[in-house]
Design a protein around this ligand. Structure first.
Ligand code: ACO
Length: 312
């Protein structure tokens, strides 16, 4: 059995910061409501001339550089996104060309906010099977493209960003120990991109209830499957959708606050990018170190969910 993990990570977030106070100027909302109900203080928005693929390319090139893997040794590109530049070609096709990679297979994967976890698991399966050695994965979304900025119940939640990783073989004892993926298409009406308006529609209450239950359950499941106790987990890295959902998962795991990655205050919900952005943030702060046991857990439109337990 091969040990599969992250060889290098890269991120990109746009420079433009949009605070809760900026929202107070355009919507009937308040910094107090947004902070209390979601944990978000500010988010980043990409300019009009920066599309999803532009963010993906920037994060991916940093990931490749940090991995030490040569561009010619990347064997597959998977981009997790719900906000691709076009219906086709895929963002992954554009990334393959713009990074000057070989003519390797490249494809997008759509699992909304769970996308990065889906892509990491997909990459790991190709590597374990011996089909490919190094897989570039990117979680990227420009949700501002599909956000209705007149709807206060959704507009304040999202931000733009990208996170990328090169997945490959790691030393024994490191890498992915267990995973879980799931979907429940009957939940589609609660969170979707409306074809007529081109804008995201959400039944916040329903998504909230689902997420609170599923995030906790999946975190516990992958921890057990990996043969760990909750105490063995050094950090929980949840999809950053709402601090109350994240805290519920953490409480289900009986983990203290300082063992949960929290970047939602800075970036809002960046969909497929939120997990790699958070890991990157904790690595920079020294809160994730080599040998730490992590649980990554996410949920999103679909409805979809997924979790991974790994040793960094
Ligand atoms: N500012 C002020 N008031 C607001 C705002 C706002 N931005 N948004 C909603 N409200 C009001 C509502 O109008 C409502 O007022 P009313 O009682 O007078 O009707 C009140 O606040 C409560 O609204 P609810 O929607 O019932 O509040 P809830 O407790 O459900 O919280 C929230 C809303 C924060 C959106 C929550 O439901 C949530 O986080 N849901 C999950 C969202 C999520 O994680 N989505 C993931 C998307 S991931 C993906 O795949 C893209």
């Amino acid at each position: 059995m091969k040990n599969v993990g992250v060889l290098g990570l890269g991120i990109y977030v746009p420079d433009k910061v949009f605070t809760n106070f900026d929202f107070e100027k355009i919507l009937d909302t308040s910094d107090e409501w947004i902070t209390e109900m979601t944990g978000i203080k500010e988010r980043r928005f990409a300019e009009d001339d920066m599309d999803t693929s532009d963010m993906a390319v920037l994060a991916a090139s940093e990931a490749i550089e940090n991995s030490g893997v040569a561009k010619e040794d990347i064997d597959l590109v998977i981009v997790a996104t719900s906000t691709g530049d076009h219906r086709f070609p895929s963002v992954a096709n554009l990334v393959q060309d713009r990074l000057g990679l070989r003519n390797v297979p490249s494809m997008d994967q759509l699992a909304a906010c769970t996308g990065f976890i889906y892509s990491m698991v997909t990459a790991s399966q190709f590597i374990e099977a011996g089909t490919y050695k190094n897989v570039l994965i990117v979680g990227v979304d420009k949700l501002s493209k599909i956000t209705d900025f007149t709807d206060r119940s959704t507009a304040v939640l999202f931000g733009d960003g990208a996170g990328a990783a090169v997945i490959g073989e790691v030393d024994e004892g490191f890498g992915i120990k267990s995973f879980e993926l799931g979907s429940k298409g009957s939940g589609a009406p609660h969170l979707y991109d409306d074809a007529e308006t081109g804008k995201l529609q959400m039944n916040g209450r329903e998504v909230f209830k689902f997420a609170v239950r599923q995030m906790g359950e999946s975190s516990v499941n992958v921890t057990e499957k990996a043969g760990f106790e909750a105490d063995d987990i050094d950090m929980l890295v949840p999809h950053q959708a709402n601090i109350r959902i994240m805290d519920a998962a953490r409480e289900r795991m009986n983990m203290p606050k300082d063992k949960m990655s929290c970047t939602i205050d800075k970036y809002g919900n960046t969909s497929a990018a939120s997990i790699p952005l958070s890991i990157h943030h904790e690595l920079k702060n020294g809160k994730i170190k080599a040998g730490d046991n992590l649980v990554l857990v996410g949920f999103g439109g679909g409805l979809t969910w997924g979790a991974i337990c790994l040793t960094w």
